[in-house]
Design a protein around this ligand. Structure first.
Ligand SMILES: [Zn+2]
Length: 195
């Protein structure tokens, strides 16, 4: 049996200021690093198990309060029953290309909020996998969006920082629908914005 290392309770949410801090690159893949990765996977799946309308697509280490540049991304975006993740250590965007597209984005660390978030349609990313091997990813569409979202976390940013249009904030309702929010009374007062 796998040791229980992480749960949904480990996931920090705004306005926790740790989410606005920079993560450090991983210098060496030690047993401690592998344990952090396992903790992230368990926390992401446990979170999903408690959220009826959402999927844990990806997670960055800062989201469990660890300021290291580690990202996990779900191996299969279409089938929720596949609980595997790909691991990206020290991921960096080396090129952004294509159009900028706005679409709905949420985050495990921005509880219940969604925003129409502008992102490049195509990116190229370099990283290492958990074996320390160099990998390069050429991504477009949803995967490109997810990579930009996660690499932002390592740079102390969330999707909220990109939503400049005040009419583009939404909140998840208990029935699974998104409700458009009033910026002055429902977003400004929520604690998700930076000072
Ligand atoms: Zn996120």
């Amino acid at each position: 049996m796998t040791k229980k290392l992480g749960s949904a309770k480990d996931i920090i949410t705004l306005p926790n200021p740790t989410l606005w801090q920079l993560s450090e690159d991983v210098k060496e893949i030690t047993p401690e690093i592998l344990e952090i990765i396992e903790k992230m996977k368990q926390a992401a799946i446990d979170w999903e198990d408690g959220r009826e309308h959402e999927v844990s697509v990806a997670l960055a280490a800062v989201q469990i309060g660890i300021l290291k540049n580690i990202v996990i991304i779900r191996s299969n975006f279409d089938d929720k029953s596949v609980k595997d993740f790909d691991v990206l250590i020290n991921p960096k965007i080396i090129r952004k290309e294509g159009k900028i597209v706005s679409d709905f984005e949420g985050c495990l660390s921005v509880k219940d909020f969604y925003g129409k978030t502008p992102r490049y349609n195509k990116v190229r990313v370099k990283a290492k996998n958990e074996k320390g091997q160099d990998i390069k990813i050429k991504a477009k569409g949803f995967l490109a969006r997810v990579l930009q979202h996660e690499i932002d976390h390592s740079n102390g940013m969330t999707f909220v920082d990109h939503v400049k249009n005040h009419h583009h904030f939404y909140k998840l309702q208990t029935n699974g629908e998104l409700k458009n929010l009033d910026y002055e009374t429902e977003v400004k007062t929520s604690g998700i914005l930076r000072d």
